[in-house]
Design a protein around this ligand. Sequence first.
Ligand code: HEM
Length: 119
Amino acid sequence: MLRYDSALQLFERTATEPVRVGDVTVEPGQRIAALLGAANRDPAVFADADTFRPDRDPNPHLAFGAGVHFCLGAPLARMELVESLGLLLRELPGLDLAGTPEPRGTFVLRGFTSVPVGV
Ligand code: HEM
């Protein structure tokens, strides 16, 4: 789920020294935006990248970033998702969409203002 619809779509970095990325050199002081959501749909990494498959294994997504700034709260976020979604689906096994979800209209931090559901 985190791969398929990444909550944090991008973050920025400022180069402190020249960095080569593909055919481009990012000069010191220049800023780049790493598009996590796009990386998580990279067909070179994920088969059927646009398909939601909760049982993907391996699933090397970047929804929590990477490297030294990897999300400190990732274990807590994962635990919260497993517990809350697990309980929801156990208690309401017939849970289904009952209308069109309304996106929050934001890009960097995605989310919904409402998701109508029924059982
Ligand atoms: C689904 C939930 C979450 C997602 C998708 C998420 C995503 C991310 C991402 C992509 C980064 C890297 C940002 C960067 O490299 O600049 C990050 C960093 C961070 N996250 Fe999360 N996060 C989540 C939940 C949490 C929670 C629950 C906490 C704390 C309780 C948390 C605390 C942090 C902190 C402190 C950093 C900065 C780490 C650093 O710069 O060294 N996150 N998060």
